[in-house]
Design a binder for this molecule. Structure first.
Ligand code: IDP
Ligand code: MG
Length: 153
C-alpha cells in the first residue's frame, strides 16, 4: 500500500469531552504523521459541503447542527494506507458496534455523538482535505524516526 494522506476530525463532542489529546495520541502512536492540525469552527456552509452525500437523509439536519455546534480539531494524517488505518482506529460508525480498542469503541455510545471523523476512501480524503485546509497549512516535514515506522519511507 502506498503512502497516503487522509482527513480526520475530532468532532465537537470529542473537543467538549477533553478527548483531543487522547485521539491525536492514538493516531501518532499508530505511526501516522501529523501534517496538518487546527482548532476551528465548521460553518453551516462547510458542513453542508462536507456531508453533501447525506443530504435528504433523516439524520442530516441533526448531523449539520452537531458538527457546527462547537469547535472541532481538523487533522491531516500521513502514512502507509492512512485512509483505511484511520477508519480502523476510529472504529465502526455506530459506536455500539465498534470494537473495544477503537476510539468509538472506547469513548462513544451514540451514532450521533461518535467523537471522530475519517475519510472513507482516497478520493474522499483529497476532497475533504481541500475543504478544510489551504495548501500552506499542510506541512511536508521529515520525521527523524521515519525508518522505525516505515521500512521504506
Ligand atoms: P462515517 O462517519 O463513519 O463515515 P457516515 O455514514 O458517512 O459515517 O455518516 C456520517 C456521520 O453522520 C456519522 O459519523 C454520524 O456522525 C452521522 N450519522 C450517520 N448515520 C447516522 C444515524 O443514523 N443517526 C445519527 N447520525 C448518523
Ligand atoms: Mg462517511
Amino acid at each position: 500500500m502506498a503512502t497516503e494522506r487522509t482527513f480526520a476530525m475530532v468532532k465537537p463532542d470529542g473537543v467538549q469531552r477533553g478527548l483531543v489529546g487522547e485521539v491525536v495520541a492514538r493516531y501518532e502512536r499508530r505511526g501516522l504523521k501529523v501534517v496538518g492540525l487546527k482548532l476551528m469552527r465548521v460553518s453551516k456552509q462547510l458542513a453542508e459541503e462536507h456531508y453533501a452525500e447525506h443530504r435528504g437523509k433523516g439524520f442530516y439536519d441533526g448531523l449539520v447542527s452537531y458538527i457546527t455546534s462547537g469547535p472541532v480539531v481538523a487533522l491531516c494524517l500521513e502514512g502507509r494506507n492512512a485512509v483505511q488505518v484511520v477508519r480502523d482506529v476510529n472504529g465502526a460508525t455506530d459506536p455500539t458496534k465498534a470494537l473495544p480498542g477503537s476510539i468509538r469503541g472506547d469513548f462513544a455510545l451514540d451514532i450521533g455523538r461518535n467523537v471522530v471523523h475519517g475519510s472513507d476512501a482516497p478520493a474522499t480524503a483529497q476532497r475533504e482535505l481541500k475543504l478544510y485546509f489551504g495548501d500552506a497549512e499542510l506541512l511536508a516535514w521529515e520525521r527523524t524516526g521515519e525508518r522505525w515506522v516505515h521500512e521504506k519511507a
